[in-house]
Ligand binder design. Sequence first.
Ligand code: GLU
Length: 343
Amino acid sequence: MAQERPVVGRFAPSPSGRMHLGNAFSALIAWLAVRSAGGEMVLRQEDLDPQRCKREYADQIEEDYRWLGLDWDRGGSAGGDAYYQSNRDDIYAEALETLRQNHLIYPCFCSRADIRAASAPQEGDRFTVYPGTCHRLIANDPQRVKQRLANGDRHSLRIATTDTTIAFHDEVFGNQRYNLVQDIGDTIVRRSDGIYSYQLAVTVDDLDMGITDIVRGRDLLRSSALQIYIRTALISAGFQPSEPAEATISYAHLPLIDNAAGQRLAKRERSLDLGILTAHGVTAQQIIGYCAWLLGLQGNHEHAEPQPMSAAEALGEFSWDAVRANTSDRVLDQAEFNAYFGL
Ligand code: GLU
């Protein structure tokens, strides 16, 4: 990561359930990246979707985060600077208006996928390239669009992409290139029920909160290209962030953790959530040690066994080289896992 400027990183959980081992893994690496660079840690609750997210889960995540030995400097529910996306509609509306004035936003009357658009992509990266139906409608029949809007027809809002390639360097996965039209497409920025989408909110927040370094799962690699596009559009349209912000952000995407059946760990897998693990007497050091071991911070010998360690000890072992040494998704071996945690 860039060392010349102060690093501002973030942990951005979606409070839709109790933290599980995969979330602890993401939380740890985001924290290590910031603390090893002497940076500032922001905690942002991504609770846009009222169907899935609850305040009690957000509180529990903060409690679990502290219990793991991790800390943050800005955001969360601490002090007067809480960051809940559900409280930030005004700023998303302002950003959307900035983009609209630059002719980058259009209404879409298509119904599919609207519902899921405000959620962070969680399993697979869930991108379906929008075929551009409503973009063509505007070009070919603007009267019809006006009429449908005047009728109050349900519609989402999409950002129009251009036929350009977004290239960026990822600290773990190396150089990336995505063509906006072919690989991403016009993406929903506000759902038809009025909820801002994950892609818009996260881009606005990362810009507005002065985030310099993003560390997250590799399922969001493609989203990064879209977020770079939206960020650049916002900056060139004159959007004013609350914190000083640079034009570009550094990215590090991490391998995912799969269960023995090859599926990415999800919150519905209660067996790995911190509530269940702690009820079995599992300690924070055991969890941190296991995550550090998954990250390659406990020596990369083929048969090295995980050892409990504190977050501070993991910080002493942290290096990007160790993380980069193995970019394959990790598969949990249930028997080994049970033996280590004494389950
Ligand atoms: N809130 C997202 C999640 O929990 C993370 C989004 C991000 O890091 O950009 O999956």
